[in-house]
Design a protein around this ligand. Structure first.
Ligand SMILES: [Zn+2]
Length: 243
């Protein structure tokens, strides 16, 4: 095989690896950002759960203080009932007393409801705290891994870039320009020839073109897609044994 062609094949491998490494390096911070976003979500859940507990506590204190006030009223009404002169006055006080007692009972119901809710609220806070702990540990691990992977990838990238430069310096100027142009246009600049076809664009080659590619003594370009053609004997279909 021509050394130009051999270098082009190596260059193609290097270009692919460089693209892969660059993509991987770019993807790592995104992965970390995604987990950080999840972590922020869990923090918000925990904050909401804690706020709900605080709000319930405040409400409970409000109901308790209302009950205290109402009990004082009840006691006051009872004292006043001892001193009433008329039946109307007695009835009016009785009415106020009943009303206050109903109010006490309603406030007590609300406190009970809050106490039942408190169990659920507590579970929510505990669950969110546990999630936060797990996710915090996970993100630290992911960050460390991402940092290590980035260092490794950067090292490999530098190595591949050096290889790429050396392959490029071993290829003739015109051919290299042609390769770069086709890569820019079609993402790949080389195509294997198999069964008389350009494997990249699937167009059949003329017999002379096919023979030239097989001989490997000159650079041949696909008429249809302009990729530089090469022949790999190891992928050739085995010929039938002579009978
Ligand atoms: Zn082609």
């Amino acid at each position: 095989m021509l050394s130009d062609l051999k270098n082009l094949l190596d260059l193609q491998v290097a270009d692919r690896e460089i693209t892969r490494l660059k993509e991987e390096i770019a993807a790592l911070p995104k992965r970390v950002a995604a987990i950080e976003e999840q972590l922020a979500g869990t923090k918000a859940v925990l904050e909401r759960a804690k706020t709900a507990v605080k709000a319930d506590d405040a409400a409970k204190r409000k109901y308790e203080s209302a009950i205290q006030d109402l009990r004082q009223k009840v006691s006051k009404y009872r004292d006043q009932m001892l001193d009433v002169k008329t039946n109307e006055q007695y009835k009016a006080l009785q009415h106020e007393l009943n009303f206050a007692e109903k109010d006490i009972s309603a406030n007590e119901d609300k406190i009970l409801e809050l106490m039942i809710n408190a169990e659920t609220r507590e579970k929510e806070v505990k669950a969110a705290e546990a999630d936060l702990k797990t996710e915090t540990a996970e993100i630290e691990k992911e960050k460390t891994e991402a940092r290590q992977k980035t260092v490794e990838d950067e090292k490999l990238l530098a190595e591949w870039n050096a290889k790429r430069d050396s392959y490029r310096s071993g290829i003739g100027g015109d051919l290299l320009r042609h390769y770069d142009r086709v890569v820019k246009l079609r993402r790949t600049g080389l195509s294997e020839v198999r069964d008389h076809k350009c494997m990249a664009c699937q167009v059949m080659l003329r017999p002379q073109t096919y023979n030239d590619v097989r001989a490997g003594e000159q650079v041949v370009v696909c008429d249809s897609c302009q990729r530089i053609l090469y022949f790999d004997p190891s992928t050739e279909a085995p010929t039938a044994p002579p009978s």
